[in-house]
Design a protein around this ligand. Structure first.
Ligand SMILES: Cc1ncc(COP(=O)(O)O)c(C=O)c1O
Length: 403
């Protein structure tokens, strides 16, 4: 992959991401807006010699195998995550499950953080289990517990950088050391934090997954996921399973996400800064007992947060907070809010709410949910790009429902 790099001058990340990933093999014009290649196949040769040559050169052949819109998006993500290459999938879940099936075999063991997105938990405890891969869930903020849970057949450690929905962090460097002591892989979900805030591959992770449906696209209008890796052998294995299971990303969704990623630096910086400001205001509110955001000094991993991120205003645009577990008053609080609408997604430019008990963690057994600190009073907030003072005013006014 060619990078937008020069010997005589160096550009910053926010500038470079506007210029990375625009090379399409065989295209000798340069449209200002990147085109949509909505084609199921390419005419790949006049004769069998040329057809063979296209396959040998890994050119564009069939939509499930390769597509220029996926490639352009993949190249920008590879740049942002500082990996070697990226694969684009139909969704974040497609990226996670395809990678698990590609890299784990029946009889293998996986260690997973017990604080995890509900549907990742469901996929691991149902699909992967049926496939003969056993998983142990442990709190990854307890490195001793992680070390003790390792088995000779542990092939992968799996975690989110900041967990959905409570923003529990993990020490990626320490986890990578534990994994690599016995040649296991560390796979990290960067969806809540994004490569604008942290680059897990540079801290020792082997595989990074992003749900592109969220902050990376930012406009709440596409479903897609990505896997970025350093080791091309892993890439080939995952590419093969993606092709066979048909979880490749749709060109149109890739085109939308590619358009969205151009403003990721602007948007995500504002979202993270707004989240830190809203978290601080909620922390002062008498009706809020807990605020989960790593910028808040009461966060159990406040010190680790300072080590992982460049600044408290560049950690994550996600927070959650606990109100009294009173359904009527929670309903009244939601009715009083003018800005944040309820939406079971995250990362968009408008602030949204979700209630983990009825959305992201609906199917997780109660016992496991308790370990994740998901209670009846917990509300998750995906912070948008609104004026932060407006957001704080709206939440403060709505919380008066508990007066
Ligand atoms: C942390 C995390 N990872 C992965 C996913 C799955 O992404 P998608 O909805 O794109 O399949 C989600 C979805 O909410 C998520 O929150």
């Amino acid at each position: 992959m060619e990078h937008f790099e020069f010997d005589d001058i160096s550009f910053s990340e926010g500038t470079r991401l506007l210029y990375e990933g625009r090379n399409v093999n065989g295209l000798d014009i340069s449209p200002e807006a990147f085109p949509l290649f909505m084609t199921s196949a390419f005419n790949i040769g006049k004769n069998l010699k040329e057809v063979e040559q296209t396959y040998d050169e890994k050119g564009y052949t069939y939509i499930r195998t390769r597509n220029p819109n996926r490639k352009a998006l993949a190249d920008v993500l590879t740049y942002l995550e500082q990996g070697t290459d990226t694969l684009i999938f139909s969704s974040g879940m497609g990226a996670i499950t395809t990678t698990h099936f590609a890299l784990l075999a029946p009889g293998d063991h996986m260690l997973c953080n017990e604080n995890i997105y509900g549907e990742t938990f469901d996929a691991i405890t149902s699909l992967l289990k049926n496939y003969g891969v056993e998983t142990t869930f442990v709190p990854f903020d307890n490195l001793e517990a992680v070390r003790e849970a390792m088995r000779p057949n542990t092939k992968m450690l799996y975690t989110e950088v900041a967990s959905n929905p409570t923003d529990r962090l993990c020490d990626i460097e320490a986890l990578a050391r534990i994994a690599h002591e016995q040649d296991a892989l560390l796979m990290v979900d960067n969806t809540f934090t994004t490569p604008i805030c942290i680059k897990p591959l540079t801290l020792g992770a082997d595989i990074v997954i992003n749900s592109l449906t969220k902050f990376i696209n930012g406009h709440s209008d596409a479903l897609a996921g990505s896997i970025t890796i350093k080791d091309m052998d892993l890439y080939e294995k995952i590419h093969t399973v993606r092709m066979l299971t048909g979880t490749s990303g749709c060109p149109y969704a890739s085109w939308l996400v590619y358009r969205g990623i151009h403003t990721a630096d602007l948007r995500i910086r504002r979202q993270c800064d707004n989240a830190a400001k809203l978290a601080a205001a909620l922390n002062e509110n008498p009706h809020v007992s807990v605020v989960n955001h790593p910028s808040v000094s009461t966060h159990p991993q406040y010190e680790l947060g300072k080590k992982l991120f460049a600044s408290p205003s560049l950690m994550t645009g996600m927070l959650s907070f606990e109100m009294p577990d009173d359904r009527n008053k929670i309903n009244a609080f939601m009715d009083r809010l003018h800005i944040a609408n309820y939406a079971p997604t995250l990362g968009g430019i408008r602030t949204t709410l979700s209630y983990p008990l009825l959305s992201s963690h609906m199917h997780v057994p109660e016992e496991d949910r308790k370990k994740m600190n998901i209670t009846g009073g917990l509300m998750r907030v995906s912070v948008g790009i609104e004026n932060p003072e407006d957001l704080i005013a709206d939440f403060t006014h709505a919380l008066k429902a508990f007066d």
